[in-house]
Design a binder for this molecule. Structure first.
Ligand code: ZN
Length: 504
């Protein structure tokens, strides 16, 4: 029977529904900065990234500075590409050019979030201290500005001489909302307990255009100051919005729901001026003892729009779009090696070239959350795969295509599992029990779903992988791989009926 493209069968009314789904809010582009910190940034950056991305509201890229003593002139993130910058950085000064770009970015309306020891950074950088409102250590003292404390039912600015920045022993502590009429605090309980953390005290700085949203009592019995110290703040800087959280000393404190919820809401507010994330109840953000959850185990929501993530993608549902027209490779570009790609019998045919490195035929469009389907045949002896959410960047290995790849090869083998192509991470699929789903003689129907940090695959109707990998890119192109074969071959791989359904 002749194949009919499903899009021809979709009635106009359904297309309208699909259109309104697509009108939902786009993900917020977030840049997380690390690379130097007297805290273990290598452990905490993945937790911050997972905490934000688990909401489905953010896509987080990480910019890592040179190590201490390195050449800071090479560190120049493109702040203007982002809705919000989150700092997990406490280290050496950036270059003057990078400082200028950052000031210009925030002053012009960019969002900024300072996490814990990021407020120890840059004691001599005037604009940075205006952005964070108050900071600690690094020689800060009365010349940096006042202490800001909650006393007798109101905030006071205390200009007494003294150090800036201290904390007592780590412990779980109650945080009290002092300003419940702000998008970040509206919709959460008015007091709750943070997991064991450092309770920052004696912070001082210009404290201009600053609203303290929440405080905690720094008890002398824990080595504290006996004052109600600011814990969460918002600061206006030019047209930009800054959210400052002093919480988040280590992986334990970042496993506190209080840290996570306030970071998520504060980051959305810094990026947009609003908070659309759902309200949090006292049952979730607890007071008697701290609520805990491992951010790396947070899953994206069970459904996206009308799609139930526990089910196999419905190939016959609405919203599917062909991304290969069956006639030519319009919309696709070859990257890296010299394997050849031709269109024959409505299929993309990839043929190996002797001594070529891996070759990729890449979609010109980038995709983030989606379902993807295609049929594929491959010669025995040829390794292939389909890149998803992948990138080719001049600054990374001379444009080498890299990112998650869904494996294609004859069985029994690893078809359907996920490999971190050119990322140095090897297999992303830790277990590979199903090795015989691939039909070596026929066409194989692949289904792939990527939502937030989760990647799921099916071959010929059988579930192969359900991977949670927050370290992978969550946006990028699709790429059809012909693996290098040295002087063997020639071998062929064929793809047809390549369709995608974007999930919003
Ligand atoms: Zn700390």
């Amino acid at each position: 029977m002749k194949k009919i493209t499903p899009s021809l069968l979709i009635p106009a009314a359904v297309l309208l529904v699909a259109g309104s789904l697509q009108a939902k809010q786009p993900k917020l582009r977030t840049l997380l900065i690390d690379g130097q910190n007297n805290h273990r940034w290598q452990q905490t950056t993945p937790l911050i990234k997972a905490t934000l991305e688990s909401t489905g509201r953010f896509i987080v890229d990480v910019a890592t500075s040179p190590a201490k003593g390195g050449d800071m002139s090479t560190f120049s993130p493109k702040f203007s590409d982002y809705d919000v910058v989150v700092s997990n950085y406490n280290g050496e000064p950036w270059s003057d050019a990078t400082n200028r770009a950052f000031v210009e970015y925030v002053r012009g309306g960019g969002g900024f979030v300072s996490v814990h020891a990021a407020n120890n950074s840059f004691p001599a950088w005037a604009e940075y201290n205006q952005m964070i409102g108050v900071g600690g250590w690094g020689g800060r003292n009365e010349k940096s500005g006042p202490y800001v404390r909650w006393r007798d039912g109101k905030f006071t600015r205390d200009t007494h001489a003294g150090r800036g920045g201290s904390h007592g022993r780590r412990h779980a502590f109650e945080v009290t909302v002092r300003d419940a009429d702000h998008p970040i605090t509206r919709g959460i309980p008015t007091s709750w307990t943070q997991a064991e953390d450092e309770l920052y005290a004696e912070l001082r700085g210009p404290a201009k255009n600053m609203r303290v949203l929440a405080t905690a009592f720094s008890d002398k019995s824990t080595g504290g100051t006996g004052e109600h110290e600011p814990i969460l703040m918002v600061i206006g800087f030019g047209k930009g919005r800054v959210f400052h959280t002093t919480l988040g000393h280590d992986t334990k404190s970042m496993s506190g729901v209080a840290f996570q919820v306030t970071l998520q809401r504060g980051t959305e507010w810094a990026a947009t001026g609003q908070v659309t994330l759902p309200a949090i109840t006292a049952a979730q953000l607890t007071k008697a003892e701290p609520a805990m959850q491992d951010p790396l185990k947070l899953s994206p929501p069970a459904t996206v729009g009308k799609v139930d993530l526990s089910q196999r993608p419905d190939m016959h549902g609405d919203g599917w779009v062909s991304i290969f027209n069956g006639k030519n490779l319009d919309g696709w570009t070859q990257k890296n090696g010299s394997a050849t790609y031709a269109v024959e019998d409505a299929a993309v045919v990839g043929r190996t070239a002797k001594n070529s490195p891996n070759s990729f035929m890449c979609s010109e469009k980038n995709y983030s959350d989606f379902e993807l389907t295609f049929e594929v045949q491959v010669d025995e002896g040829l390794n292939s795969g389909v890149q998803i959410r992948s990138k080719s960047l001049p600054e990374y290995n001379n444009g080498r295509v890299h990112g998650p790849q869904v494996e294609i090869e004859t069985g029994p083998a690893e078809a359907g599992y996920v490999y971190g192509e050119a990322t140095g991470r090897g297999w992303l699929s830790p277990h590979q029990p199903a090795t015989d789903a691939f039909d070596n003689d026929g066409w194989n129907r692949f289904l792939i779903r990527a939502v937030g940090p989760r990647i799921q695959t099916w071959i010929n109707g059988r579930k192969i992988e359900d991977l949670y990998d927050p370290a992978s890119f969550q946006e990028g192109f699709i790429g059809l791989q012909v693996h290098g074969v040295g002087d063997r071959g020639p071998f062929e791989v064929r793809w047809r009926d390549i369709r995608i359904r974007e999930l919003k």
